[in-house]
Design a protein around this ligand. Structure first.
Ligand code: AVJ
Length: 320
């Protein structure tokens, strides 16, 4: 049984429209910003996969360690029939769960949802090939907009890994969790990965690696906008900046203009002063009590909270 054809909830025009809206809003703001979802074209998804293998980028390895240790418990406790993965990317770590469910027995369907068509094509084909008997239904969609399109019924486990929930701003996060809770039935489960607050001397290099892969990933958003909207950003005119906000306990990636620049995009004439910064991503870090409080606030009941041996990364299993 191969993967089923991808279900497209983000049509080409729809993608274009939301990119145009985001570019207009973000680049005309007093403090310029762009949402991080636009990093992930084929090249951006590839660069992100490279980031996950960098020595400085600990979250992927730490989360994988937790899942390797706890996948059996997760399969046994949830007894899920349907596994839904939001922002699935390559679904590489999710294989630990699929393996555990294969041993445990009940899982019938895997539903990865991602904005990246290229990542989803590859992951659904590979997973369908490696897990014969598993129904694989990939959905091209945006987890902040398409939670109402998830398949209904039958003991569902939704997984949201990698700390991607930290890419939402606090108000967006509350909205997302409330929508998630509304999309689930009592007895369904949510598994969320969150990077934890720690010494910034550990966090900052993870977002500013020596090989410069994260810098390329960051500049990639400008290449996406150039290609999709016919803009004329000079990506090399910007340098990569990663900075820790101690008060809000998040890391920000920014692109800093190396010289004054003028960019034509849509009907806009966007000017950058030398040194001006464009915020491209927020990646929030969490404390265990904060995660529990946010989940409870959205109507979830925390069931388990696990970390890796170094307490770098947390994984929470909660019940709807
Ligand atoms: C997509 C949430 C896993 O915030 O750590 C990696 C994206 N940005 N390096 C993160 C990212 C810069 C990443 N996640």
């Amino acid at each position: 049984m191969g993967a089923e054809p991808l279900e497209i909830h983000l049509e080409e025009q729809d993608l274009g429209r939301s990119l145009r809206e985001d570019v207009r809003t973000g680049l005309t703001a007093e403090e310029k910003w762009l949402p991080p979802k636009w990093f992930y074209d084929a090249r951006g998804s590839q660069l992100f996969e490279e980031i996950t293998r960098l020595p400085e980028y600990y979250p992927t390895r730490a989360e994988r360690a937790v899942l390797a240790e706890r996948a059996g418990d997760i399969a046994a406790v949830t007894g899920a029939k349907t596994l839904i993965e939001l922002g699935s990317g390559s679904s590489e770590k999710t294989r630990l769960l699929l393996d555990a469910f294969t041993r445990h027995g009940d899982l019938g369907t895997f539903v990865p949802l991602d904005v990246s068509v290229s990542a989803l094509r590859q992951s659904t084909a590979e997973i369908a090939a490696d897990y014969p008997g598993l129904r694989v239904r990939g959905i091209v969609g945006d987890f902040t907009r398409h939670l109402d399109r998830l398949p209904a019924g039958g003991r569902r486990l939704v997984v949201f890994l990698g700390g991607t929930i930290g890419n939402l701003l606090p108000a967006e996060r509350a909205e997302f969790l409330a929508q998630m809770r509304a999309a689930l039935e009592p007895g369904d489960w949510l598994l969320v990965g969150t990077d934890l607050v720690k010494d910034p001397a550990v966090i900052v290099p993870a977002y500013d690696d020596a090989a410069g892969v994260t810098a390329e990933f960051n500049r990639n958003v400008l290449r996406v906008i150039n290609r999709e909207l016919g803009a004329d950003f000079d990506p090399e005119g910007f340098c990569h900046v990663a900075c820790w906000d101690a008060e809000r306990e998040w890391i920000e990636m920014r692109l800093r203009a190396l010289r004054p620049m003028r960019v034509r995009v849509l009907d806009l004439d966007v000017t950058f002063a030398a040194g001006e910064e464009l915020r491209t991503e927020v990646s929030a870090k969490f404390r265990p009590e904060g995660i529990a409080a946010e989940l409870a606030g959205a109507g979830f009941t925390a069931h388990d909270f696990w970390t890796d041996p170094g307490s770098l990364f947390g994984v929470t299993l909660a019940r709807a």
